[in-house]
Design a protein around this ligand. Structure first.
Ligand SMILES: Nc1ncnc2c1ncn2[C@@H]1O[C@H](COP(=O)(O)OP(=O)(O)O)[C@@H](O)[C@H]1O
Ligand SMILES: [Mg+2]
Length: 474
């Protein structure tokens, strides 16, 4: 074998035995020469392939791209190109390949034929497709989740699902996307969340932790957040599940309150019993003494009226412990009830330079109520007002009919008011801000008004407090 022959043979081998598919393609697209790898890749015998043109082995959807690049090549605008395209296997399977195409020209510059290299990338494409489908599936799960889900990147909302839009009370996703998560958070809780959404160790999930969110309408809600590191659109991100737990929290609070209430009731009942017994003894002895000290009648009258009052209070404490059973309902006139209360508190208001102004609408309808209990309510409210006005001032009591079904009693004072953070707690048994307070007054009011199917609304600012009591007419 001479040198040239040897060289030719080497070239033929380099073509025939190359691990990737190779073909020499005529300018009209006919396959002039193909190697083993290409035959194997497309499932044809060499003789079969040589009868076909490149069009017949190309996936119909990918013909278009080839044509445009081919023209560029033929026009001499490019020398070669690489492209990803699909071929069709003899058994009709789709084959993904990376095609590199070069045009060989004659010495005169006329196109002679194409040299093409075809590398199988089907497995790679399948893997890519799997990732893509996985991501699509993830997006769907996120979108359809009944829990609010926010995908965060560097603390910013990158994606939010419909449930999230609802939770935050926004009108559309675009109101939220791009915003920092901190915009929705009650600022006192800032630090806790920072750890959650910017955690350095992004391989672990964090939470659930409790937070307070401020909705678009300004309403605050309690939420529970759990964050999980994830990949979203090919980039690391944080998948945050946000659950509204306001209702759960409220129920919890109610349960704690009613628990405290039971304890308060039991205490009250215990005390009432303990005090009633010695009281009976005192009353008995007083009666004996009264008959012997007839000239002191005036004192005895005062003592016995005070004793009656003590007894009444004790009975009320008992009412408190078993509120449903002992109330005595009758048709009551609010005007009379309020006037009696104002008289009763006169000494105290005079001492504190407080004037009570009553504005009672004439001809009010009667209400079905337990008079003593309602008196208790008004006394409790008025005492609070008096206690809030150490420098004196005016307390206005207004009564009007709201509609055919209810009356409104408004007690407006000029006291120091109730700060916002305290407003939430008042009415809880034993909650007081006063040195000698019991913290039971408002709780009793709430309970009694609730039994009368009424409603209490308290509004307060630094200039005073307004109590509004809504009572149904009978
Ligand atoms: N009219 C009012 N003005 C200011 N603060 C009030 C008023 N009414 C109630 N409060 C606040 O509510 C708390 C609870 O009231 P209450 O249940 O009657 O218990 P107490 O009067 O024994 O403290 C009070 O300690 C006070 O801080
Ligand atoms: Mg009070």
């Amino acid at each position: 074998m001479d040198k040239i022959e040897l060289e030719n043979q080497l070239l033929v081998h380099a073509f025939d035995y190359a691990a990737i598919g190779k073909a020499i393609v005529a300018v009209d697209g006919a396959l002039l020469k193909v190697n083993h790898s290409l035959c194997h890749l497309l499932g044809y015998q060499e003789s079969e392939l040589l009868k076909l043109s490149f069009r017949e082995i190309t996936h119909p959807d990918d013909l278009e791209i080839d044509q445009s690049k081919l023209s560029l090549l033929l026009e001499g605008k490019i020398h070669s190109f690489h492209t990803e395209k699909r071929y069709v296997h003899k058994n009709n399977d789709e084959i993904w390949a990376l095609l590199s195409l070069t045009l060989v020209r004659s010495n005169q510059g006329d196109p002679l034929y194409f040299v093409s290299q075809i590398q199988n990338i089907t497995d790679l494409k399948l893997a890519e497709k799997k990732v893509y489908e996985g991501e699509k599936r993830y997006q769907r799960i996120v979108e359809e989740s009944p829990d609010a889900i926010i995908i965060l990147r560097k603390g910013r909302c990158f994606f939010i699902n419909e449930a999230g839009v609802g939770l935050l009370g926004a009108s559309a996703k675009k109101d939220i996307i791009g915003k920092s998560i901190y915009e929705f958070i009650d600022h006192s809780d800032y630090g806790k969340l920072q750890n959650l959404v910017e955690n350095k160790i992004r391989s672990e999930s964090v939470g659930p932790i409790e937070e307070r969110f401020v909705r678009f309408d300004g309403k605050e809600i309690d939420v529970e957040i759990k964050t999980i590191p994830t990949i979203y659109k090919g980039q690391p991100a944080i998948h945050a599940i946000v659950r509204d737990i306001s209702e759960r929290k409220q129920t919890q609070e109610l349960m704690i309150n009613s628990e405290k209430l039971t304890v308060a009731g039991q205490l009250a009942a215990g005390i009432a019993h303990e005090v009633r017994n010695p009281l009976t003894a005192i009353k008995g002895f007083l009666q004996i003494m009264e008959s012997e000290l007839k000239d002191q009648k005036m004192y005895f009258d005062i003592i016995s009226s005070e004793m009656n009052r003590i007894e009444m209070i004790l009975n009320e404490l008992l009412v408190l412990s078993k509120p449903q059973q002992i109330s005595k309902y009758s048709q009551g006139n609010l005007k009379d009830i309020l006037e009696q209360i104002v008289t009763l508190l006169q000494t105290q208001t005079n001492m504190n330079s407080i004037e009570i102004i009553t504005k009672i609408e004439p001809n009010l309808p009667l209400i079905s109520c337990d008079e003593n209990q309602l008196k208790q309510v008004f006394i409790n409210f008025l005492k609070n007002s008096i206690e809030a006005m150490p420098k004196g001032g005016a307390i206005t009591i207004e009564v009007q009919s709201k509609n055919s079904e209810s009356l409104i009693v408004r007690i407006v004072d000029q006291g120091h008011g109730i700060p916002e953070h305290i407003l939430k707690k008042i009415g809880t048994p034993f909650f007081t801000t006063k040195e000698n307070g019991t913290g039971l007054g408002l709780m009793i009011c709430n309970q009694i008004i609730e039994q009368h199917k009424g409603k209490i609304n308290i509004e307060s600012c630094s200039k005073g407090t307004t109590i509004e009591i809504d009572l149904p007419v009978s």
